[in-house]
Design a protein around this ligand. Structure first.
Ligand code: AMP
Ligand code: MG
Length: 426
């Protein structure tokens, strides 16, 4: 339903979306709207496997053969046929040896056994392996009293991957394990979607660039550096368009430049009340962009839409708000654009909070938290202290967001809260 509407129609047609209220958009609702206006990348490229980590498969991987491709031993020991187990002590003659990567020389003799190493192919005629620790060697014979089940210590052909099966689907992001899995099939090249192209710039008359001296009232532009870091982690192509003063003509020029060759444009600053007025006009002129006040803290103002074919996110200027809105909205949207239809969200865990937190109902808060292990060995979380959205050091100290939903009020010490862990994501 939503995808057939333009953003402006969406904004103006209350009958379609009774719950659309730009002044109080719930976090989940904003995510849904964003998701319905994304056009994922379709262009592909072929890569050598060893350069494909983090890329998204555009063609599925299937198994052309079994992995492993032969039954093999899980142990260093002796291979035999389970029919030759006898009451009490089993005694078998050692008639040969088979090592990983080599065939048994000669045939497997009935009623005997062969020495076998881990990974070596089970000789035809044998079906069971006993570990070397479980046997006593007596010259050319082994003897043991164990009664292993038929098939014990045998790894079967195809028990990892079966010939013909789909191993990894289109839209799967290649992980370190996947690199190994694809290699286990002998595949050296993969087809992936091309990288997402992301342009970004900061807005604000008060911004100075590193290297210049700060004049009264100026601050260094830190947002471009956090954005650079967050984007680099996402394995996208980055174009940094600098810090642009609050001048409509300059911002227009930067947006036009960015829209020419980007899939995504990110800006920071200029979307809060007061500043939004000329940004609104500008963005309406260049594309279709909605300005939302999201029921969240930090990160209340957010602009989203399209400029040409580029997806536009106007992030707030406050340094913490930039990071929170990036991780709560932009990251997930970018994963979809990169070709993952249903990207995994940042894991959310329940842990006991050791800080009391003052919190108003009616908005979602993303407090900066420090997760640690209590003396009883359980995970616990406390806040980093000052939660002002200008205090970027809170993000440096934090290793998680404490997520307090709309319907949560004040948090007493000892209450269980939800946390999103940064490790591996942020
Ligand atoms: P704005 O959303 O433009 O009203 O900015 C909100 C706050 O964030 C103001 O205090 C700005 O000075 C600050 N801010 C905006 N852009 C940046 C930036 N690139 N780096 C650091 N602080 C910023
Ligand atoms: Mg500003």
């Amino acid at each position: 339903m939503m995808t057939s509407k333009t953003l402006n129609e969406l904004a103006n047609t209350t009958s379609v979306c009774d719950d659309y209220d730009p002044n109080s958009m719930a976090v989940e609702q904003a995510r849904e709207y964003i998701k319905s206006f994304l056009t994922p990348i379709r262009e592909t490229e072929n890569l050598y496997l060893n350069t494909s980590l983090g890329r998204v498969l555009a063609v599925e991987i299937h198994a052309s053969h079994n992995v492993p491709n032969h039954d093999n031993s899980a142990m260093d020991g002796y291979a035999f046929n389970a029919v030759d187990l006898t009451e009490g002590t089993t005694r078998l003659k050692i008639t040969g040896a088979v090592f990983a990567g080599n065939d048994l020389t000669g045939n497997f003799a009935k009623g005997a056994c062969v020495r076998i190493m881990t990974g070596a192919a089970i000789p035809a005629g044998a079906d069971t392996v006993i570990a070397q620790e479980r046997v006593e060697v007596d010259g050319a014979f082994i003897q043991f009293t164990d009664k292993p089940n038929r098939g014990a210590n045998v790894r079967y052909a195809g028990e990892d991957l079966k010939a013909g099966q789909v191993v990894l689907n289109i839209g799967h992001q290649i992980s370190p394990a996947d690199l190994g899995l694809i290699a286990s099939l002998g595949i050296g090249e993969v087809t992936v979607y091309r990288k997402l192209r992301v342009s970004f710039f900061s807005t604000g008359d008060e911004l100075a660039s590193i290297g210049s001296a700060l004049k009264t009232g100026q601050i260094f532009d830190s947002n471009r550096y956090t954005l650079l870091g967050m984007l680099t982690r996402m394995n996208v192509e980055i174009q940094d368009l600098g810090a642009i003063p609050d001048n409509p003509a300059l911002i227009e020029a930067a947006l036009i430049k960015a829209a020419e060759n980007s899939d995504v444009i990110l800006t920071s600053g200029g979307v809060s009340v007061g500043e939004a007025d000329y940004m609104k006009q500008l963005l309406q002129k260049l594309g279709q962009v909605l300005f939302w006040k999201i029921a969240m803290k930090p990160g209340r103002p957010l602009a989203f839409g399209k400029i040409g074919n580029a997806h536009y996110f106007g992030l707030p200027g406050n340094p913490v708000a930039v990071m929170v809105t990036f991780y709560q909205f932009v990251r997930q949207a970018m994963l979809v654009l990169m070709g993952q239809p249903n990207p995994a969200s940042i894991p959310m865990l329940n842990v006991v909070c050791t800080s009391g937190i003052r919190k108003l109902k009616g908005r979602t808060e993303f407090q900066r938290g420090i997760l640690s292990i209590s003396e009883h060995g359980d995970w616990q979380v406390k806040t980093t202290g000052n939660q002002s959205s200008g205090v970027l050091s809170s993000m440096s100290q934090a290793n998680c967001f404490i997520v307090l939903d709309e319907d949560v009020g004040n948090v007493e010490v000892g209450t269980t809260v939800k946390v999103q862990v940064f490790n591996g994501v942020i």
